[in-house]
Design a protein around this ligand. Sequence first.
Ligand code: FAD
Length: 469
Amino acid sequence: MANSRYDLAIIGSGPGGYVAAIRAAQLKMKVAVVERDRPGGVCLNWGCIPSKALLNSAEVMEEIRGAAKEHGIQTGEITVDFKRVIQRSRDVADKLQRGVRFLFKKNKIDLFEANATIAGPHILALSQAEGKPAPTVATIEADKLMIAAGSGERLFPGMQIGDGVMTSKEALVHDRIPASIIVIGAGAIGLEIGYFYQAFGSQVTIIELEKQMLPGFDAEIAEELRRNFVRRKVTVLLGHGYKSMQKVGDKWSVTVSVDGAEKTLEAENVLIAVGRVALSTNLGLEKVGIEVERGFIKVDDSFRTTAKTIYAIGDVIRPPLLAHKASAEGVAAVEIMAGVREPGFDLLSIAGCIYCEPEVATVGLSEAEAKARGIEVKVGKFPFSALGKAIATNSTQGFVKLVVSSQYGEVVGCQIIGNHATDLISEVVLGKTLEATNVEFGKTVHPHPTMSEAIMQAALAADGEAIDI
Ligand code: FAD
């Protein structure tokens, strides 16, 4: 591989790094990417994609076990080859990882499979990464550098992985259904994996320090989701803080505190899902004066770090830690670099999605957040139970909430809980980007019967004009 000088050299090939690299190549930059693990980053290999492949298996399982009977479809005894469930998920990740390699070749991007550190304002130093051959070059020079190093699992002091204690990474390759599992943390990852194991018959207990699932989300949505989990016989313990865990016999005993008292819970496995931390250490940031705040690399409106020639994007710079945010920042950063886009980035138009059952999707402000910012709002709400498509497809759980500015009618936020919520939200994201009002959403003729009609009806409901309720 040629070791000529590049226009841009990127650390990390996750959805931030690989998308930035391709957009930069489209803009005629000569690009190198350094990746120490697998092309595609956490998202393709250890996050979004393999977890959704597993969740799809859970949905199939639920359809066969539950819904089929209602449709008059008889099934025999259901058996599960769980190794196959895991293997399918790994196959999906492998396929997409190969896809990233193909795209690099197609766009003439040089991929170096190595560990990178910053050796100067224009230089990356390469060293051998675990399980990879020694790199073919020791350094890469580029006019600009970009850090897209992502994030890793957060652990509390004293937590150790192994012997049945897992983070999401171990869970994605764990090929045995646990009889029982304690999930520490009721954020997106804990809920998705908790739902997955419950669907395959595990006894799942979720503990969460905050008083609601999905801390920070709209409280009504969080409560609706809690009710659904409880209906599925998941034990949800809110206001329970993790204290410690120890192996007792062949089980894990987890001590939690609740209202000042302690209690212990037991399970075969423990999943730690207490958040993620930016991977901003061991990159050589101090060598070039890059500042970090609460672990995240500081950037300006142009994604430039406190070192002029070095940019940063994705999980390593700020929440929300989401793949599409990382990709959008990657595109924005290289376009700003190339002078084809103005600085700035609208974090409020980044949707947050949770793919458990029922799905949750949100964008922009909740009613409470809008009020906290002094924005006067009205809310249009529409339940799926009043929608023809939802009734026909047994998807009546949940609702759409549209948060609308009272002054101008523009939609400032939306929260959806229900089947296909994660697909439905994109309509609202587009509307928000175009500063659409609830009247425009309401006047847009939505095809019938579809789940998307709930958004139109919620828009009408904000003015008391919903038809079907
Ligand atoms: P990453 O994807 O973390 O990629 C960073 C890459 O940089 C890694 O491959 C790493 O090996 C490499 N790297 C780091 N340091 C170095 C170095 N020094 N040298 C060389 N290489 C280096 N997000 C969603 O939007 N939707 C989802 O459904 C979703 N599901 C998730 C499920 C799970 C279980 C997890 C863990 C995460 C999920 N996420 C989801 C979050 C999503 O994966 C991340 O937000 C996204 O991957 C961040 O992209 P990134 O490019 O910033 O970093």
